[in-house]
Design a protein. Structure first.
Length: 547
């Protein structure tokens, strides 16, 4: 029989090991990120790098251990109190939605009819010319482009359609965030934390800006947040399978996650096996609900990508979108070590990517290289491409690693000055704050407009003390990493498995063309919920209500 003292000692060792593992990863992000952000390269032969990494690991492990102990103390304190769960009525959720909507209105009036940038022009252009492709999610293309073109016909103004889209998106995002706060209320999270969460959602400049931005990532983030809430219900309580209405809503959230961004498909498909392994017996016990759940997801989805695509004559998206990482790696070798490439390998490389595009390589964005990619050549000679990529990687492994790290550093280094596009005019690319054609920008709140413009394009605004707490996607990512390992170290496996949604999401970001704030928006909006589960776990474990 194991003595209580031995168990306590083992538990202490376990917590220490986990804090050290977490610190090892976090320290790398800080030490390597600092070098990459300054020099676009990491020298793996630099002994100072490893020394700083080791020292940072020790220091950060202490900080993490202290933080985890503080979380334990707070959670134990609240476990001693009765959980005061609140039934959130529809009117309460509606009030929260209206509150957030009203708080975001000044942002809209700072750049009316809303930010129309990123892929918005390309999506509208597809509808205008009726040349739809699967490069962007067709559902969002039809929604955005349809509203712009539809209201143009009704009013003669492009701004009308953009404004209607902005208002609709603000309402939908506000509803999703209000649902997250309602989720916490039903789990008995203290009122002060819910109020803080609402204030954060209302006043965060990042959330304000994206609430009025016509990019597919916003509606996708709202859907994925609701999907994550249902995953938590499913894995922590393990009784969602018996609730028909809940399973239908769960399936609908998964479906919206899949159709509002193309990588949402992979996130959902990777999450479903986790649900099956963790709660397989429940799914078998409630076979009818399981079938309904899967039907809600896949029947509409296959109708969407099958008959609907054919009726709308949707053309396939470019395969180069899936090749951002290897294209960047080969382009980096070409730029910095072209003399090491044989004539044969150079000729093979030119078959797939134009020489001019290779010479325009930017470390933080793959778009210049992708523009010269020959799709037809790749489709007919995939093995030649794969063989070249492997050969170049074997000869230049550290160049490949550096390419991957610098292309993604803005997503995981908290103090990165986000300037992925590298325009060369001194203006950063934190947020694309403008109204592109066919919209016409109107400013009603000049002071707020200037503030957002500075925040979006002035690199020094990101560098101000403590600004990273609000602005840095890398900060929110590392917060999730620390919480992920906290749940693991405390054997809270239901929540640990739930957070695999963030792991799967991050994989799609790391394999993407560049690191942008909009790709990481889920980490911003979900952090208050995940922190609530850490500090006030009792109510979540007892909660049976549906969001």
């Amino acid at each position: 029989m194991v003595k209580a003292g031995d168990l306590k000692g083992r538990e202490t060792i376990r917590k220490g090991v986990f804090s050290m593992i977490t610190a090892f990863f976090v320290a790398f992000c800080y030490v390597a990120g600092y070098r990459l952000d300054r020099w676009d390269s990491l020298d793996f032969g630099d002994k100072a790098f490893y020394f700083e990494w080791a020292v940072a690991t020790v220091v950060i492990s202490v900080v993490i251990a202290v933080f985890w102990q503080a979380v334990d103390r707070v959670s134990r304190k609240w476990e001693e109190k009765p959980v005061q769960k609140e039934k959130v009525r529809k009117i309460t959720r509606l009030a929260g939605t209206v509150f957030l909507f009203l708080c975001w209105l000044p942002a809209l009036f700072s750049i009316f009819p809303g930010v129309f940038s990123y892929d918005a022009f390309a999506e509208w252009e597809q509808v205008r010319d009726w040349m739809l492709t699967a490069h962007h999610p067709v559902a969002h293309v039809l929604l955005l482009g349809g509203l712009v073109e539809g209201f143009l016909g009704l009013t003669g103004s492009y701004n009308a359609g953009i404004a209607v889209y902005s208002l609709l998106q603000m309402l939908l995002l506000a509803w999703a965030l209000s649902s997250a706060v309602g989720f916490m209320a039903e789990a008995g999270v203290p009122r002060f934390w819910r109020m803080l969460s609402m204030v954060f959602y209302a006043l965060s400049p990042v959330i304000q800006l994206f609430s009025i931005c016509a990019t597919k990532d916003v509606l996708f983030t709202g859907a994925e947040l609701i999907f994550f809430l249902y995953v938590m219900r499913f894995l922590i309580r393990k009784d969602l399978a018996g609730d028909t209405k809940g399973m239908i809503c769960f399936g609908a959230a998964a479906l919206c996650t899949m159709v509002f961004r193309n990588n949402g498909l992979y996130i959902v498909l990777l999450t479903l096996p986790v649900l099956a392994v963790a709660c397989g017996r429940k799914l078998i016990e409630y076979k009818k609900n399981t079938v309904i759940f899967l039907a809600v997801i896949f029947v509409p989805y296959f109708l969407y990508i099958g008959p609907m695509y054919r009726v709308l004559d949707v053309k396939p998206g470019g395969v180069e979108e899936m090749l951002s990482v290897p294209l960047q790696q080969m382009a980096r070798v070409y730029k910095y070590d072209i003399d090491s490439l044989s004539r044969e390998d150079l000729d093979t490389l030119y078959r797939f990517v134009e020489e001019e595009s290779l010479s325009q390589y930017k470390p933080t964005v793959s778009d210049p290289v992708k523009q010269g990619f020959h799709r037809e050549e790749f489709q007919t000679h995939k093995w030649d491409f794969l063989g070249l990529w492997i050969r170049m990687g074997m000869d230049h492994p550290l160049t490949y690693v550096n390419s991957f790290l610098i292309n993604t550093v803005d997503a995981w280094y908290p103090h990165a000055l986000i300037d992925g596009y590298r325009h060369g005019d001194g203006r950063g690319s934190y947020f694309d704050y403008r109204v592109a054609p066919p919209g016409e920008e109107k400013v009603f709140l000049r002071g707020l407009h200037d503030f957002y413009d500075t925040l979006s394009h002035d690199l020094q605004a990101q560098a101000k003390p403590l600004a990273f707490l609000l602005l840095s996607p890398g900060w929110y990512f590392l917060c999730m990493v620390v919480l992920f390992f906290y749940f693991w170290s405390r054997r809270k496996y239901g929540m640990l498995l739930s957070m695999l949604v963030f792991v799967f999401h991050m994989i799609t970001v790391l394999l993407g063309p560049m690191a942008l704030v909009r790709y990481m928006l889920l980490f911003f909006v979900a952090l208050p919920v995940v922190l609530a589960v850490a500090f006030f776990p009792k109510g979540f474990e007892q909660n049976k209500e549906m969001p």
